[in-house]
Design a binder for this molecule. Structure first.
Ligand code: ZN
Length: 141
């Protein structure tokens, strides 16, 4: 972690504070390109836009995949006020971004929140392999 990393992490924390002040959950993120330029910034808007997917990390991963050449994305760093959740981590992996630097860990954020009350989602499968493989088989060749 360099002084430059800490500078950009502090900006992510500022975005998180602004998000909270604006009535949204307190999370902020930014993308910094290979030359140290801030390419994009965002914050959580799940409340103001009534969309559970509007985490800043997910929005920036989508932006990076759409707007950046693969080599630029691979050399771009996401700075974020909190470790990306599972949803965002999946999007980041698909985006081509090369590095994520976070402030609070997932465990640290969980410790700051009330205990979860929703039961875990039950996943069932695999099933119907012979039928389900038909539209997939050969697609990735
Ligand atoms: Zn997330």
């Amino acid at each position: 972690m360099t002084d430059e990393d800490e500078k950009f992490l502090r900006r992510a924390i500022e975005l998180a504070a602004k998000s909270r002040a604006d009535g949204d959950p307190p999370f902020g993120s930014l993308l910094v390109g290979p030359d140290g330029t801030v390419l994009a910034e965002d914050h959580n808007t799940t409340v103001s836009q009534s969309d559970i997917s509007l985490h800043p990390e997910l929005k920036l991963a989508v932006w990076a995949a759409r707007e950046l050449e693969p080599a630029v994305a691979a050399a771009t760093t996401m700075y974020t006020s909190c470790q990306p959740c599972g949803m965002c981590q999946g999007a980041i992996e698909r985006s081509g971004l090369g590095r994520v630097v976070f402030a609070l860990s997932g465990e640290q954020v969980t410790a700051l929140k009330p205990p979860a009350t929703a039961p875990p989602v039950r996943l069932e499968g695999p099933a119907l392999y012979d039928e389900a493989r038909v539209p997939v088989e050969g697609y990735y060749t």
